[in-house]
Each structure stands twice: as C-alpha cells, then as structure tokens.
Design a protein around this ligand. Structure first.
Ligand SMILES: O=C(O)CCC(=O)C(=O)O
Ligand SMILES: [Fe+2]
Length: 237
C-alpha cells in the first residue's frame, strides 16, 4: 500500500502544486483517495485506543463539533501519508522560508524534522480526525503548537459533499498587511487532499516579497456528518 501511495504521489506534478501554493496559499492534489480508503479512515474515529485526546470545540470557543488527535504509533495509512507528503513539500517550504527571510530550513526526511520537534519538547502527535454534525463548524484558526512550525499542512475530506453532508465548506482567509481579509472557499470532493499554508506565506509585490497570514476553518454543516483527516507536520508541545 505504501508503494502505491508513493507511486500516486510520484505522478503528481509538484511544480504545478508549488505554483498554486505560491499563487493562492492552497492547492488540491490531482489524485483522489478512493471511497473505501476514505470510509476506512473515517471509521477510525470510533476506534478505541488510538487517540491521545479529544477536543470538544464548543468547550474552548473553537466552534462546534469535535476532533481527536491520534497517539503514536499513528495508524499505518495516516503515518504513511504524513511521511510521504512531507519530502514533497519540504522544498516548497524551504523556498517560502527563504523568501520570508526566516532562518529555519527543513530536512528532506520527516523523521529528522520530527526529531527536531521532539528535542524541543514538541513530542505529541498532531494528526487528527474531525467530525461535524448538523450545526457544527470550525472557527478560523491556525494550527501552531510551539516554536517549530512546518509552514504547510494537509487535509483529506473523507465524506461526500451533498450526499453525506451539506454545508461544511473548507474556507481560508488571507490577511494582507494594512488591508481587509480575503476569503476563499476550497471546492473539495470526497478523497480530495488540500495542501495549505499554516500561517504566513510569501507574496510577490512591487517592492519584493511580503508576508500574508492565512487562517482556515469550516462553515456550518447544515445536514449529515462530515469527517476530515488533518495532517500537520510539526508535533505539539
Ligand atoms: O474540517 C476541516 O475541514 C478543517 C480541518 C482542520 O482544521 C485541520 O485539518 O487542521
Ligand atoms: Fe486546523
């Protein structure tokens, strides 16, 4: 299965993905996870013993709905996806860091970046599954969990829009210096994987690059049940 994942990711035009990320701060990969894989991942939400914690969003003012952070060891498919995506994104992340004048550079292998997080006390795994029912939503936020931040993250829609749920759009906002925020709705089908900026990203301006800050969230689910798999590459303090 890992070979198949690698082969599918190898077929992606990563230059085009990098171009979309540079232009908009997000990109949907041109490969889709199949319905069985999505159902299998969504079913993990109800499995005992694989999560380290649950967050009921309303208790923290984060929104409504809940999410569960996986514990280590991650389920095979989740760990494989995290490890396989990272080396494809690290060159893009390194280019962004340089353009934003930020010192950190990211090693080519995820295990080495995770070792850096763990040494700094960021040792708790961050991949998660989110579940939303009618009336649930996720306020705009950034998944920052400590000093070490990998500037891109991924999310995989496990449910079918219009069939399993309605509403529940994945949204991103972009805050430009001294300007009002701009919002984008990311069109996603079941199995789509969106890559997006965690926090800041560089934008080319007339006088060189400047930084914009991105946030993401989910609009209110009207009906049904929506599951999302979130892959964050840094660990949490
Ligand atoms: O449910 C969603 O689409 C949002 C997921 C999310 O916030 C994340 O993966 O960090
Ligand atoms: Fe998030």
């Amino acid at each position: 299965m890992q070979d198949e994942l690698e082969a599918r990711l190898d077929a992606v035009d990563w230059e085009a993905v990098a171009g979309a990320l540079d232009a908009r701060g997000w990109a949907v990969l041109p490969v889709r996870a199949d319905a069985n894989a999505c159902a299998g991942l969504a079913a993990l939400y109800d499995q005992d013993g694989i999560f380290r914690s649950e967050v009921v969003m309303a208790r923290h003012g984060f929104g409504r709905g809940a999410y569960r952070y996986f514990g280590y060891p991650l389920p095979g498919a989740v760990g494989a996806l995290r490890a396989a995506l990272y080396p494809r994104l690290a060159p893009i992340a390194n280019r962004w860091q340089a353009r934003m004048g930020m010192a950190a550079s990211f090693p080519p292998a995820h295990a080495d970046f995770i070792a850096r997080c763990h040494t700094a006390g960021q040792a708790r795994p961050t991949p998660l599954i989110l579940r939303y029912g009618p009336g649930d939503y996720n306020c705009l936020h950034q998944d920052l969990y400590g000093e070490h931040v990998f500037p891109l993250q991924a999310a995989l829609l496990l449910s079918r829009p219009g069939v399993d749920f309605t509403g529940g759009e994945f949204v991103l906002t972009e805050q430009r210096p001294r300007m009002q925020s701009r919002v984008e709705v990311v069109p996603l089908a079941q199995g789509d994987l969106v890559i997006f900026a965690v926090n800041q990203r560089p934008v080319a301006g007339g006088r060189g690059d400047y930084r914009v800050a991105m946030r993401h969230g989910v609009s209110t689910v009207r009906d049904g049940l929506r599951h999302m798999l979130g892959i964050i590459f840094h660990d949490a303090a």
